[in-house]
Design a binder for this molecule. Structure first.
Ligand SMILES: Cc1cc2nc3c(=O)[nH]c(=O)nc-3n(C[C@H](O)[C@H](O)[C@H](O)COP(=O)(O)OP(=O)(O)OC[C@H]3O[C@@H](n4cnc5c(N)ncnc54)[C@H](O)[C@@H]3O)c2cc1C
Length: 409
């Protein structure tokens, strides 16, 4: 191993492993990945893949102006392309086909009309099917009267086996001699803006030796530890809000009335009712169905744990039956799961160097798109560290935008 000070990566989920892999590919001589205390949420993720943003274009544009909505949409598209291309090359079980928004309320219809118009003005392809056009289309034929329209955002939708994606990433990283993976937890970072950046790691080895922390001089640290990032970098804590969500898998097909229906293809990612319902068709003929956050306290925000709730599973199944009346659900659901995701207070991912300290980089807050945004952020941070700039990473995603939060403390 190189004698050069390592780049330490805190967290071995999709973000941390992607950062490690890309750093090594770009020539970093010494990278140490510290796994952390928990199974990464990446390996238990339901695996819905979407380009652009999970929220509709109008919502992003309203919060952050249309120009920036275009930039962040393209960031999501590039993240989708890089992740799916890498995963496909590695033989990860996955399918990509279409990203569709099912419109179930008049408010969503108004929003979708505006979104398609604004996307078209921004040069982003999207179309809206309603009325007779929808009824005559192969998409519309499978849908119940609840669905008033379909916003078709194109081909960047899909499903991936996230557990295998993470195993493939881990295997790729294991093969690179300049990367070391170690059990343990990054407990402290000191030396902000001084000559030496010191990272304290608690590990089974330090504990056996009766030591509290092993202190390592690092050239940089990438904090890729999802919600726990606030424990490591306290100034980000108030910016991150947890949110609980739940999903299950169940037999398909969605459109039993027409075996050739496009809804029966693998790799269709859809959402409905303002993203409170979502799903994807998997490669094994099963369906991923999720959502129902609105049935949780505070719609799942600020939850400290996420448990599977029977009433939410029932809601997910009932709503799916209303959207897809020809769905042939032959067996009870399986793989019911719930998890805590990470929402930044301003609903933009937080990716980039900490203010005033370019050797501490962070990536978190991916709001249900972390498989692709995390993978791409890993690439962007590696490029930023190795070359000093990364045009692919919009500066507005850097944590510097959250400085005012710290000032208020
Ligand atoms: C309910 C739910 C549904 C989701 N659905 C999807 C979806 O369909 N599609 C999608 O793309 N994304 C989805 N996501 C989001 C996605 O799973 C996450 O954004 C993504 O996996 C985050 O990856 P990560 O590598 O940043 O974090 P993780 O995969 O969580 O990895 C972080 C790691 O950091 C470690 N760690 C913590 N503290 C420390 C420390 N101090 N030192 C070292 N290591 C530490 C932890 O042990 C953990 O292993 C969903 C998330 C949830 C919760």
């Amino acid at each position: 191993m190189s004698n050069q000070k390592p780049v330490i990566i805190a967290g071995a989920g999709v973000t941390g492993l992607s950062a490690a892999m890309h750093l090594a590919k770009m020539g970093a001589p010494n990278v140490v990945v510290v796994r952390g205390p928990k199974i990464p949420s990446s390996s238990a993720s339901p695996g819905l893949l979407t380009g652009g943003q999970r929220d509709n274009f109008t919502r992003v544009a309203t919060a952050h102006q249309a120009d920036f909505a275009k930039i962040i949409w393209q960031f999501g598209d590039r993240a989708f392309d890089l992740t799916t291309s890498w995963a496909r090359d590695q033989g990860t079980p996955m399918a990509t086909c279409r990203r569709l928004r099912l419109i179930a309320t008049p408010e969503e219809l108004t929003e979708a009309s505006a979104a398609v118009r604004e996307m078209s003005a921004a040069g982003i392809p999207s179309k809206l099917l309603t009325g007779n056009d929808l009824a005559a289309s192969p998409w519309g034929k499978a849908l119940g009267p609840r669905i008033m329209g379909v916003q078709d955002d194109g081909e960047r939708g899909g499903w991936i086996d996230s557990e295998i994606l993470l195993k493939k990433l881990l295997a790729a990283v294991h093969e690179i001699p300049s990367i070391t993976i170690t059990d343990g937890t990054v407990e402290s970072i000191s030396g902000y803006a001084s000559a030496e950046l010191i990272v304290g790691i608690k590990s089974p080895t330090t504990q056996l030796a009766g030591e509290n922390l092993k202190k390592i001089q690092a050239s940089a640290i990438v904090a890729a530890c999802h919600l726990a990032i606030g424990d490591l970098i306290p100034s980000l804590k108030s910016a991150l809000v947890s949110s609980a969500d739940q999903w299950l898998t169940i037999a398909g097909p969605l459109d039993g009335s027409a075996p050739q229906s496009p809804w029966n293809r693998p790799g269709i990612a859809w959402s409905a009712f303002h993203n409170h319902e979502w799903g994807a068709s998997q490669t094994d003929g099963r369906l991923l169905l999720g959502g129902g956050r609105i049935l949780r306290k505070w719609a799942g925000f600020e939850a400290t744990e996420a448990k599977v709730e029977a009433k939410i599973s029932n809601y997910i199944l009932d709503q799916t039956k209303k959207s897809f009346p020809h769905w042939l659900a032959a067996s009870p659901p399986s793989a019911e799961s719930a998890g805590l995701d990470c929402h930044p207070c301003d609903e933009l991912p937080i990716v980039g160097p900490m203010y005033g300290e370019g050797r501490i980089l962070v990536a978190t807050g991916f709001m249900g798109q972390g498989l692709t945004l995390g993978f791409y952020s890993g690439f962007c941070l590696a490029k930023l560290l190795m070359t000093g700039h990364c045009d692919e990473l919009p500066r507005r995603l850097w944590p510097e935008r959250l400085r005012s939060l710290q000032d208020q403390e």
